[in-house]
Design a protein. Structure first.
Length: 278
């Protein structure tokens, strides 16, 4: 885990505000905003799916402050805002309606939380190359005690599968790492020596060991096909098992997937396994 100088990073904090209302609360701290007035925006598209999605339409409200004082905000168009010039750190707060079950958006209910950075992290105009720090906060309540975090986004001080701080070298990297949060199942394997992880959210009865064994072969074949050296230090498959559905979106070190739970290889009962072996 690496450290980053706070003054040079854009800092985000994400709180699961309300599962029933599907709301995420996000703050963005900018240490040295544009003296002429800071412009921020959300992308209209997501890496890997190049259609206009208009993610900004899910922002319920947005406000800004500096040194505890309210800052005027002007909406420039459907995806961008300009904050009035300030002398000091600019804090922007906003809420996102997260009710998109696809692999492209953000979703939050009492069972799981999933998001892509394009849906929740404002882009700071003129500072896209700056490093980013994201503090992911756990939902409040006993029913969320078993929830963990799965993502290829590099950890800063967060424990493995834990809440805490994550990092990105710049905004482009920040929005290219989807995040799965909940009481998920997971298994790890190595392909050509590179750690891979399979995470499954949703109700299922999948044989994780068989899946890992099969996927190891597939991943190694793909890595070998493209020269034998993986272009990442680790990789994460984020899978949502549903009754009927499918979808997938590839990212730089992970993939977000939706599949029918019936399409996953099932665990065999001990009795059935004994019959097959006899």
């Amino acid at each position: 885990m690496l450290s980053m100088k706070k003054s040079k990073s854009i800092h985000y904090q994400l709180d699961a505000a309300s599962a029933n209302a599907h709301l995420l609360h996000v703050t963005c701290r900018i240490s040295d905003p544009d003296a002429a007035g800071q412009v921020v925006s959300l992308p209209s598209w997501i890496p890997g799916s190049y259609l206009i999605r208009e993610f900004a339409r899910h922002i319920v409200w947005l406000k800004a402050e500096c040194n505890g004082q309210s800052v005027a905000v002007e909406k420039l168009d459907k995806a961008s805002w300009r904050c009035a010039p300030v002398n000091g750190e600019l804090l922007i707060s906003y809420e996102v309606y997260a009710f998109d079950l696809s692999v492209r958006g953000a979703y939050f209910d009492s069972q799981r939380l999933f998001f892509n950075g394009t849906s929740v992290f404002l882009q700071v105009a003129g500072q896209e190359a700056r490093s980013c720090v994201v503090d992911i906060r756990p939902p409040k309540g006993d029913s969320y005690k078993k929830w963990g975090v799965a993502t290829a986004l590099p950890r800063l001080d967060a424990p493995k599968h834990g809440f805490g701080s994550y990092r990105a070298e710049n905004y482009d990297e920040l929005i290219d790492h989807p995040v799965e949060i909940g009481d998920f199942d997971h298994i790890e394997f190595k392909a050509n020596g590179v750690p891979h992880q399979l995470v499954i959210a949703g109700r299922h009865n999948a044989d994780l060991k068989r899946l890992a064994k099969d996927m190891k072969k597939i991943c190694e074949a793909q890595i070998d096909f493209f020269g034998g050296d993986a272009p990442f230090e680790s990789y994460v498959f984020l899978v949502l098992a549903v009754g009927d559905g499918y979808g997938g979106l590839e990212h730089r070190a992970s993939t977000a997937l939706i599949c029918s739970r019936d399409d996953l290889p099932r665990k065999r009962s001990e009795e059935h396994t004994s019959e097959l072996q006899s």
